[in-house]
Design a protein around this ligand. Structure first.
Ligand SMILES: *Cc1c(COP(=O)(O)O)cnc(C)c1O
Length: 357
């Protein structure tokens, strides 16, 4: 089974080009380091001979206050991918009759989904995103069968960028059977500025079959420490906790996340600087007449089709690593100001712009 899984292609580091600083715009990382208080808190730790708290009690308590939810409704994991893996292992797999459960998600969406679904022993059911990179929720609802156990919603969608609205998400949740788990993956939630965007936490409060995934990897700039979490009502959370990998969150990661939450104002300032850069990049591309789907994460999507590899190659020659997905398109993360400007300069001289397909 494992040899049939797609491979996760991690974002490549940039190639060195003489005289140019290299920038990695291929993994949607935060280009800014963690805030100083986090770095200090990490440096102050020494008791690594001890196991971490398996329940991440300090972090879950801090998150409970931050989100205004009961700590019991939060399960931490090694990144939100760890939390997602737990969730799929718990709710989707092989049936007694030997047939796999089905997990529905939009495509293209997060590259890790097919791998996590396959590892759980379940089968992926993919519904294509619309020409402007949005989930086709009607098609997703229509794809539900008696075997469907989980549906993954990604908002903003990685790699295409648009959010799901509150209105359409709620309509969707009401339309699918209440015993199907609806996951709302909000890895980029802090970057969203669209006013009609769904707030997964509000959906979780209302619907017992909703699970929200959030992470410290993107806005908080802690991707290298691996810490994320899920939020769901007790009916689901009780099962998730049983399936949780013991000690998945290290004490360094837990402490860093707590301190980052305590200094959330500084995190927001950094996020705002990246949002401003995202909007500058998007506006710059549109000024060139390029079609760019609504970008609400820390990345933009270029629907370049067969030219994707060529564009990524040209970016590489300018010491920028970007992420080409086959012959579909290229995702470019918002990075340092100089990196974003260099990316825009490449686009100005590139003669085959993306169009709304
Ligand atoms: C980056 C990303 C994640 C975060 O993964 P972590 O395991 O928390 O680092 C989750 N979902 C999506 C859609 C992402 O793009």
């Amino acid at each position: 089974m494992v040899d049939r899984l797609p491979r996760y292609a991690a974002g490549k580091p940039p190639v060195a080009v003489d005289g140019l600083a290299s920038y990695k715009l291929s993994s949607n990382e935060n280009p800014l380091p963690p805030i100083p208080a986090v770095v200090e808190a990490i440096a102050a730790q020494t008791d690594f001979n001890r196991y971490p708290d398996p329940l991440s009690t300090k972090l879950r308590t801090a998150l409970a206050g931050f989100l205004d939810v009961p700590a019991e409704d939060i399960v931490t994991g090694a990144g939100s991918l760890g939390a997602l893996t737990q969730l799929l292992t718990t709710f989707a797999g092989q049936n007694d009759d030997g047939k796999p459960d089905e997990v529905i998600y939009a495509w293209r969406s997060f590259e890790a989904y097919p791998i996590c679904v396959g590892l759980a022993g379940a089968e992926s059911v993919r519904t294509p995103v619309t020409a402007d990179g949005r989930h086709d929720l009607e098609a997703m609802a229509a794809a539900v069968t008696a075997r469907t156990r989980v549906i993954l919603l990604c908002t903003p969608n990685n790699p295409t960028g648009p959010i799901l609205t509150a209105e359409e998400t709620e309509r969707f949740i009401k339309a699918v059977p209440s015993d199907v788990v609806v996951v709302i993956d909000e890895a980029y939630q802090e970057f969203v500025r669209a006013e009609d965007a769904v707030d997964g936490i509000r959906m979780y409060r209302k619907y017992p079959n909703v699970v929200v995934l959030r992470t410290f990897s993107k806005a908080h700039g802690l991707a290298g420490l691996r810490v994320g979490y899920s939020v769901s009502q007790p009916q689901l959370t009780q099962h998730l906790r049983v399936a949780a990998t013991p000690f998945a969150v290290s004490q360094i990661a837990e402490q860093a996340a707590v301190v980052s939450l305590q200094n959330f104002g500084q995190v927001v300032e950094r996020v705002q600087s990246l949002v401003a850069e995202r909007d500058r990049v998007t506006a710059g591309l549109r000024d060139l007449g390029w079609f760019v789907p609504d970008a609400q994460g820390n990345f933009v999507w270029l629907d370049l089709g067969d030219d994707s590899a060529e564009f990524a190659q040209l970016a590489g020659e300018r010491a920028l690593s970007v992420r080409a997905f086959g012959n579909e398109g290229v995702r470019v993360s918002v990075g340092e100001v100089e990196a974003n400007t260099r990316f825009l300069e490449l686009c100005k001289v590139y003669t085959k712009p993306p169009r709304r397909s």
